[in-house]
Design a protein around this ligand. Structure first.
Ligand code: AMP
Length: 393
């Protein structure tokens, strides 16, 4: 089976053509500068091709992807008809979508209705969907939502303690993001431990970071909220914050709420504390060289992640498994060790040697650790392809 996975942003579009059973990727690439000029980077058969192609809209970008996929030299299929289905990443499914679904008019309308909740992403995701529908009208299209995995949260986890009318009229509540990643690593953790009723805390730690508490494969709580600003501090996002801070900054500096929120999204997090970078590699390098602000940024990040792990162990009534994934979670042995410091009381013991192994699924806890600690490289595209295949079969 050939599933085309599409992740459409406002001026870029990532794609992968993959086999959902084996996870083999036959081609992948990126369209950039859509609406400006247009560039396609296509990787297939071990060769990378970069082409400047006019892409005034997402329509031309998708057409360029199709041309590349069927090209005699750089292509991997003979005709577009060999694509069995297209899986689209959609960021916000609001409370309308608790699972992936085949796209029809009602689904398009539902995604449109979620635009107020995901104003930056949903319109771009829709552009990708409609461009594919036009070019491949008979190929099934599937929407896979970043929020869907978290829809099993109980009301006490997702409701905000604010006046009810905001929930009833505007659907303001915790939704959570990175759901496709949390679902993928949960499935892998269940397979790796052989335990379906696993109590697991997933730590998706990258430029954006979120944690989830999962029991019996179902999400019980997650650290991001209505928007991806909530939870632990991130590359440039503040994470959880007393809302009074927004009022203070707005009043004292004459800034609008939008301006303050822009700072909390783009100029905060470990970038703000380190004063050096939003990139954890830069911060770790400077901390090792003796930069105290960088050391504080790393410690603050580890402290907040550790706090979530503790609170989620309480939510789950115990813990069987702790999973690290995404850029920092998969690659930074020192950050994993920092986070797990003082978590021995929960039964978490890391093996320093096993913790050094990189690039594969790897159990890093000691043999006598009550909690299994795993590094599981995430694969959101494969999850999208698998959901898509399951729906169209
Ligand atoms: P992601 O958003 O999942 O792509 O993760 C990006 C983040 O992972 C960046 O902050 C990178 O600095 C971080 N990262 C990638 N490799 C490493 C590494 N070897 N050590 C520390 N951080 C890393």
């Amino acid at each position: 089976m050939n599933i085309l996975v599409i992740n459409a942003g406002s001026s870029s579009l990532k794609y992968q053509l993959m086999n959902p059973e084996t996870g083999d990727v036959s081609a992948k690439g990126l369209c950039e500068r859509i609406g400006i000029d247009g560039r396609l980077t296509h990787n297939a058969n071990g060769t990378k091709t970069v082409k400047e192609i006019a892409m005034p809209t997402h329509g031309e970008a998708i057409a360029a992807v199709m041309d590349a996929l069927v090209d005699a030299e750089i292509g991997v299929i003979k005709s577009v008809a060999e694509i069995d289905a297209v899986g689209h990443r959609v960021v916000h499914g609001g409370n309308k979508f608790a699972d992936s679904c085949i796209i029809d008019e009602a689904v398009i309308k539902g995604i449109e209705e979620c635009i107020p909740l995901g104003p930056l992403h949903n319109p771009a995701n829709l552009l990708g969907i409609t461009a594919c529908q036009k070019l491949m009208p008979t190929t099934p299209q599937v929407a896979v939502f970043d929020t869907a995995f978290h829809m099993t949260m109980p009301a006490e986890a997702y409701r905000y303690a604010i006046p009810t009318e905001y929930y009833e009229n505007d659907s303001l509540r915790r939704y959570g993001f990175h759901g496709t990643s949390h679902k993928y690593v949960t499935n892998r953790a269940i397979a790796l431990t052989g335990k379906a009723d696993l109590k697991v805390v997933n730590c998706h730690l990258g430029n954006g970071s979120s944690l989830s508490a999962v029991k019996d494969g179902k999400c019980q709580d997650t650290s991001m909220g209505l928007t991806p600003l909530a939870g632990v501090p991130m590359g440039t996002r503040s994470g959880d914050l007393d809302a009074g801070v927004v009022q203070f900054i707005a009043n004292k500096y004459g800034k609008t709420v939008d301006q303050v929120l822009n700072e909390l999204n783009k100029k905060s997090g470990v970038l703000a504390i380190s004063g050096v970078s939003s990139d954890f590699r830069d911060i770790e390098e400077q901390a090792t060289a003796g930069n105290a602000d960088c050391e504080l940024a790393l410690e603050k990040f580890a402290y907040e992640v550790r706090k979530y792990i503790g609170s989620y162990a309480a939510v789950l009534g115990g813990l069987d498994c702790l999973v690290f994934t995404a850029g920092v979670g998969e690659n930074s042995a020192t950050m994993r060790a920092r986070i797990c410091k003082n978590l021995e009381y929960l039964g978490i013991k890391i093996d320093a040697e096993k913790n050094k192994i990189r690039g594969c699924e790897n159990k890093i806890s000691t043999d006598d650790s009550a909690v299994q600690v795993w590094v599981i490289p995430t694969n959101e595209e494969l999850m999208i392809a698998q959901d898509t295949a399951a729906l169209v079969k």
